[in-house]
Write a protein that binds this ligand. Structure first.
Ligand code: NDP
Length: 449
């Protein structure tokens, strides 16, 4: 039989050949394949069933035209995507991203990661992802609404509460989910609450869903520190981004006694020596939909804005990349390590380049990969689906307890699996293998499909 390592190398080359021009997808695949050798050696039945080959090919990829009219009557055409990657564990589940950088390779990277992340939650959800190259920046609310309605007019035929359940991601928050849900309801004439998650409270949304990803990333960091006999209380933190994940990362850090010093967007970052004033940041980002630079102008002398700067140059004990893919590279990792960083917890998907991950691990920094660390969002989405199915809304205490329990269990299984496969403390290997085993066992049982 072929040596698992040779087989994985051949698969990697094959993926790159058959999916040209998709560097993010190649990167996400490489990062997983690099860790699967030991599990394929230990369990040859996976290789015999062609499991990895099947996992790498999405079950279905949908690409569609999204025409819409702006406020001046001009017609625009964007491209919409939904990649239904794997449904061995449950209906496809994963967010929608609206950002000019979205293409099929980006959606496939996100959908591929989502398979393992969703498996780690233990909640019976498959992996998928979607979005569009539509740029919501600078668009009026009416334009965003018309875009969402056009997007859903095509997407509606592919999704459903038992088939595929989208949610938010970059550029898609509560407002967009509302417009998408409204159009789905209009087209189908059904109150099918479980078709989208991240809905508003009062019409099927769950408490804690907006907070869940950021809260979860902080809880994961706390678990990693605890495993080393340390705590978050009193530590300083750097956080990138100023969207959904970043805001609630900052909130949970403050609740646990840590001091987040920064926030950023694509124009630069703010650093606040007194610690971020979250009420002011939320007012600017969530209410006014403004830029992070305004924070420095309004906050006073403790804060300054660094145009086009890298947030990672601010010295801190823990780091939370919470904006986008490949935002933390090897130079940033060197700076963070030189400044004594103890832990990095990925709120965003694949924000750390592979070389930077390697550096952190070599330097003994606790590194929580997004698949594990940011799984709190999709976990609470699955709890939203459970509430929708039973038509009962749970209390804040209950959802928060469930989220904390899920993050503890994701940490435990990643930690334990890494040890079992001879890589103690390596959460990348632990999370990849633990997620893979769950999906692989379900695929084995369900035959070659
Ligand atoms: P938002 O759209 O709410 O916020 C994104 C933030 O990141 C903004 O501050 C944005 O700045 C910044 N950003 C986005 N793209 C870039 C870029 N190319 N360069 C620099 N800054 C950028 O998105 P979310 O907070 O929801 O998502 C952030 C990350 O977390 C993504 O990687 C997402 O996939 C991941 N994630 C999100 C989950 C969720 O529940 N929402 C769940 C799990 C993971 P600007 O406004 O200037 O573009």
């Amino acid at each position: 039989m072929t040596d698992p390592k040779d087989r994985l190398d051949a698969l990697r080359a094959d993926i790159e050949r058959r999916n040209p021009g998709q560097p993010e997808f190649h990167q996400a695949v490489r990062e997983v394949l690099d860790t699967l050798g030991p599990v394929l050696t230990a369990r040859p039945q996976y290789a015999e069933a062609g499991l990895v080959e099947r996992l790498l090919e999405p079950e279905r990829q949908i690409i569609f035209r999204v025409p819409w009219t702006d406020d001046h009557g001009r017609v625009h055409v964007n491209r919409g995507y939904r990649v239904e990657f794997n449904s061995a564990l449950g209906p496809y589940k994963g967010g929608l991203r609206f950002h000019p950088s979205v293409d099929i390779g980006v959606v496939k990277f996100l959908g591929f990661e989502q398979i393992f992340k969703n498996a780690l939650t233990g909640l019976g959800i498959g992996g998928g992802k979607g979005g569009s190259d539509f740029d919501p920046h600078g668009k009026s609310a009416a334009e965003v609404m018309r875009f969402c309605q056009s997007f859903m007019t095509e997407l509606a035929r592919h999704i459903g509460e038992h088939t595929d359940i989208p949610a938010g991601d970059i550029g898609v928050g509560g407002r967009e989910i509302g417009y998408l849900f409204g159009q789905y309801r209009r087209i189908t004439n059904r109150w099918e609450a479980g078709v989208l998650t991240g809905k508003g409270q009062g019409w099927g949304g769950s408490v804690i869903r907006p907070e869940a990803t950021g809260y979860g990333a902080v809880l994961f960091a706390a678990e990693m520190l605890k495993a080393r006999g340390e705590a978050l209380d009193g530590l300083s933190a750097v956080v990138s981004g100023s969207g959904n994940v970043a805001l609630y990362t900052i909130e949970k850090l403050q609740q646990l006694g840590a001091n987040p010093l920064t926030a950023s967007d694509s124009s630069g970052y703010v650093v606040d020596d007194k610690g971020i004033d979250l009420a002011l940041l939320k007012q600017i980002k969530e209410v006014e939909r403004g830029r992070v630079s305004e924070y420095a102008t309004r906050r006073g002398p403790s804060a300054r804005f660094v145009r086009q700067g890298r947030v990672w140059e601010v010295p801190a004990d823990v780091a939370f990349p919470s904006a986008t893919q490949n935002e933390l590279d090897v130079e940033d990792a060197r700076t963070l390590i030189a400044n004594g960083v103890k832990a990095v917890s990925e709120g965003a998907n694949m924000p750390t380049t592979p070389e930077a991950v390697h550096l952190f691990q070599e330097a003994g920094v606790a590194f929580g990969p997004g698949k594990a660390a940011n799984a709190g969002g999709v976990a609470v989405s699955a709890l939203e689906m459970a509430q929708n199915a039973s038509r009962v809304a749970w209390s804040r205490e209950r959802v928060e307890d469930e989220l904390a329990g899920i993050m503890r269990s994701i940490h435990a299984v990643s930690h334990e699996t890494a040890e079992r496969y001879g890589s103690p403390g390596d959460y990348v290997t632990g999370a990849n293998i633990a997620g893979f085993e769950r999906v692989a066992d379900a695929m084995l049982a369900q035959g070659v499909i």
